[in-house]
Structure formats: C-alpha cells, structure tokens
Design a protein around this ligand. Structure first.
Ligand code: BES
Ligand code: ZN
Length: 393
C-alpha cells in the first residue's frame, strides 16, 4: 500500500520514541537537499526513474517533510512503503516509462525525400487558418458539453470528407465510458505492415475558466491549432494518394484538458490489446510563435529521446527552421499517456515552455491573439507529414 506523504509525517510525529524505520521512495532532487540535514548519512538502496529507495526513522521523515514544505516550497516528493521490496517495485514498475523514453523503436533513417518534398511544398497556411476559425467558433469544446460532442463530430466529418475516395481509410468516433465527448480516429491501413502503427494526435477539447464548462472556450491555440495542423497533413497525404506500408492513425483526443482522459483510455487500450505502436507525435499548440530564435521546440520530458533526435533531423531536412529542446516539467499533454503505457512519443511545441501563449484556457485564446494567421502552424504540418512518411515506410 502506498500512501501520499503529507499524512505520513503526522502519523509518525506522534510516535517518535522507539520509532521503527520506514522504507520510502524519494525524489532524487529532494533527497540531495535533505541529505546534509539528516543526522546520519542516508544509505541509498536502489535508484531508478529519478527516485531512490531509502530507509529513514520517523524523526528523519518528519525532517524530510519539513524541508520539502519549508525549504523547497512544494508537496509530495516521497512515498511511504510497507517494505523494501514494495519500494523497489514502485520504482521498477515504472520500467514501462523508462523503456518508452530510452528504447529505440524504429529505424530512423531519412530517405523518403522524393515523396516528402512535394507533399511538404503543398502545405497551405490558409486552409489551416480556416479550420482553426471553424473549430474556435464552437462556443466551447468542453468534454461534457453538447458543443464538445458536436465539435468532435465536425472533426470526424472533415477528415472523412478528405478520405472519401479511399477504401483503405476509415474515420471513426471512439466513445468513452465516463463522458459524452468522443475521440476521433482516422486509420490508413498499412499496405505491408498493417500491425505496426504510427500515430499523430492532438486534443480536440477546449476549456476556459475555473470550472471549465460554462463560458466561451475558443481554444484557438489550445488546441484548434493542433487539430488543424493534423487536418492539413491529412489533406496533403490524401491529395497525393499517399499509401503507407505501416498503418497510420490520426487521433483527436477527447477530454485532455481535464487530465488527459481520452488519451489515457486509448493508450491503455492499445497496451492491453498488445498493439505495436512504432511512434507517436503529439501536436498541442502550434499557433503562437513565442520564442524568437526557435520555431519548433521538442519537449524533452515524457518523450522518447531517439525519436526526438529523429524529429530534429527531419526539421533540418524538410522544414528548415531553427529548432531546440524545452521541458514541460510534468505530463502536460497526451504524449504523456503514451509514454506511461510504454510507447515512444514526441511533442513538438510552438515555443520554449516559458515563452508559451499566456491566453490559453481563457476566452482570449483566439486566432487574433496568436497573430491572426497560421504561418507558424504550417511548419508543424510539414513536420507531421514528413514524420509520417519517413516512419511509416
Ligand atoms: N496545451 C496544454 C499544455 C501546455 C500548456 C503545454 C502550456 C506547454 C505549455 C494542455 O492542453 C493542458 O492544458 N494541459 C494541462 C495538464 C493536463 C494534465 C490537464 C496543463 O498544462 O495544466
Ligand atoms: Zn490546455
């Protein structure tokens, strides 16, 4: 049994006398700060995933809790376990995550220029902009709202119309158990390796205000931009009658804004079903150019390092804009659901984390407040197209 820690310190402060020692997993950053303050040097038993197993007395745990709150001004950072074995398990059970970040899932050579270059040159800013306007015209795309359901149906219809001449492409709504808004999944069945799947997704929902549902939530940047970027990549692929060897899926996730709910459902179903996901790209916010000297910023956390490096080379080869790395610092979007389920994911983002659009989650998240055009998003539509063609070959 794991227990979140705030309570733990209280439990033990009452019984400090012959207090038995306890097994904990502690965040390594927190651990490095408290070690000098502890009476004896703390032995680190096992370390993985940025956390370590330690054995502390009740008094030391109290001190740990104190340091976390008073010196580090944060909560959490450690978890209590009933035994050393359980503590080690807690870290190794995240092996899935470790694998998703470090393993190499595909051959990342870039050699599809003949196919990619013409497609990338056909990406149009105007059609991305038009789609953003249509999506942000829904009063809200909140996951519990009627317009949230209707906006998902609109995305389904838009994607289906682009694929109307293809019998190897289907577009479906993915219903979730606990809320009305469906996710949208478009599938191009692979011609040679249909069981291997390349995914490009973004969230379809929006949110604004403290309680989320009531007011207007245009969500132009967050995330009409990502869905419209994906829609443009689909448009170009269909216009060129592109047929991948691996299966390609485009996904509009429901209910991201309330805890990555739609993508959690889907990624865990894929894991349960033993699906082979070769690579995932998340497009969440592609509209606002916030960083002067970088156009495409790859989130380095909750993502696969080798695939990120592959994306960097794709930007150099086909998009030809400056790129770099940043970090969300937490599982900030649907890529984290894939990573948590053991799949390789990346998140190319509009700016460095600190330069992001300050109007998201408000009624002010409009096309106008992001500059009035979709030029920035067009770079991401090129990237998504090149990623699919180079990976689904
Ligand atoms: N698009 C945002 C994530 C984001 C915001 C990334 C700013 C980088 C900079 C996403 O829609 C979102 O709002 N995510 C939530 C987290 C989620 C677990 C509910 C967030 O960031 O609070
Ligand atoms: Zn958001």
């Amino acid at each position: 049994m794991k227990k979140a820690l705030g309570l733990l310190a209280l439990t033990f402060s009452a019984a400090t006398m012959a207090a038995p020692s306890q097994w904990l997993t502690v965040d390594n950053e927190v651990l490095s700060k408290i070690r000098p303050k502890l009476n004896k040097s703390v032995q680190i038993g096992f370390s993985s995933q940025g956390a370590s197993v330690v054995n502390l007395t009740a008094a030391e745990i109290e001190q740990l809790s104190h340091v976390i709150h008073e010196d580090l001004h944060r909560c959490g950072g450690f978890v209590q376990h009933d035994s050393e074995e359980e503590a080690v398990n807690a870290l190794t059970s995240q092996g899935e995550m470790y694998f998703a970040k470090r393993a190499i899932f595909a051959d990342y050579t870039i050699d599809q220029g003949q196919l990619v270059r013409p497609m990338v040159s056909q990406v149009q800013e105007k059609s991305i902009r038009d789609m953003i306007i249509k999506l942000s015209t829904f009063k809200t795309r909140y996951y519990k709202s009627q317009t949230g359901v209707e906006s998902s149906q609109f995305i389904r219809d838009t994607w289906a119309a682009l694929a109307k001449n293809r019998n190897d492409v289907k577009v479906e709504l993915y219903q979730h158990k606990n809320w009305p808004q469906p996710s949208i999944i478009m599938t191009i069945v692979g011609s040679e390796r249909p069981d291997e799947i390349v995914i490009v997704g973004g969230h379809a929902d929006s949110i604004a205000g403290f309680f989320g549902g009531g007011g207007s939530a245009p969500g132009a940047d967050d995330n009409a931009s990502g869905i419209s970027t994906i829609t443009e990549a689909i448009k170009v692929m269909m216009a060129n009658n592109y047929k991948p060897k691996r299966t390609v899926q485009f996904i509009g996730y429901a209910a991201e804004e309330v805890g990555l709910l739609g993508s959690k459902d889907i990624a865990s179903a894929y894991k349960q079903g033993g699906k082979q996901v070769v690579g995932v790209m998340q497009l969440d916010m592609t509209l606002f150019k916030g960083t002067v000297d970088k156009d495409i910023v790859l989130m380095a956390d909750y993502t696969n390092a080798a695939q990120n490096e592959f994306l960097g080379r794709i930007v150099d080869e086909y998009v030809k804009v400056p790129w770099g790395y940043s970090r969300c610092g937490y599982g900030c979007s649907d890529h984290a659901s894939w990573t948590a389920n053991g799949f390789p994911a990346s998140m190319p983002f509009e700016s460095a984390m600190n330069d992001g659009n300050k109007n998201i989650h408000t009624v002010r998240d409009t096309l106008e407040s992001s500059g009035g055009d979709a030029k920035h998003a067009a770079k991401f539509a090129k990237l998504a197209t090149a990623f699919v063609v180079e990976l689904a070959k």
